[in-house]
Design a protein around this ligand. Structure first.
Ligand SMILES: [Zn+2]
Length: 223
């Protein structure tokens, strides 16, 4: 058993999607009721738990931020630059509203594509153009990124560092201490139970699970 120092819980959509979903995305949408139950578990341990939201769904503001505010919690939101102002997604005005509420904004890239094997043109669009568009919309410097689908290799991390991303978040699960690059997050899904959230927040996981995570992570970084 291992006690972790910091933990990150990552959310995607909440409630009913207001845009067509991508293949396999429905598993990452949770009900409003689940969301509130999960936040109730997070609130008492908020000093060592960070909250993030990926994809920039409108539910981030309408349900997500309201639930956070009610419990005096803050989060970092990672919208997609290419979906800003589209139906069902956050727009520039919403990003500024989130900042005004004390939350942070990072980048999830432009088109929601894997960053594992980016060529130069795609890397520019995903890491440079997306950042510039989000900076224009928010008037703030964007220095954090959340890697789409948690898919990355060594070259992804090198490109992110080169383009000024000071903190980068994966979806490798588990806890962390210090400032790893990327920082692991745990994504809740439609089938995530309250018990699973409580176990994660306890910072304890079996040695087998922890070893499995470490091996998977090591494999990504040598590719
Ligand atoms: Zn995503």
């Amino acid at each position: 058993m291992q006690k972790n120092k910091f933990l990150i819980v990552n959310f995607h959509g909440i409630g009913s999607p207001m845009r067509p979903l991508e293949d396999g995305e429905a598993h990452y949408w949770i009900s409003e009721e689940q969301y509130h139950r999960f936040l109730d578990l997070i609130a008492p341990v908020k000093d060592r738990v960070l909250i993030t939201f990926d994809d920039g769904n409108l539910s981030d503001l309408e349900i997500g931020a309201k639930g956070l505010e009610a419990r005096e919690l803050t989060a970092t939101f990672f919208p997609l630059a290419g979906r800003l102002d589209e139906e069902g997604s956050l727009g520039s005005v919403h990003l500024r509203e989130l900042l005004g509420l004390g939350h942070k904004i990072g980048s999830h890239g432009y088109d929601h594509v894997s960053w594992k094997h980016l060529d130069d043109a795609s890397a520019r669009r995903e890491l440079v153009d997306a950042k510039a568009r989000l900076e224009d919309c928010t008037g703030e410097k964007i220095t954090e990124a959340a890697i789409p689908f948690g898919q990355y290799g060594r070259s992804t991390l090198e490109r992110l560092k080169f383009n000024g991303y000071e903190r980068v978040f994966s979806s490798d699960g588990g806890g962390y201490s210090g400032t790893p690059y990327p920082i692991p997050r745990w994504s809740v899904r439609a089938d995530t139970s309250q018990e699973a959230v409580a176990l994660f927040l306890s910072g304890r996981e079996s040695i087998v699970r922890s070893l499995r995570r470490s091996l998977a992570k090591a494999k990504k970084q040598i590719l």
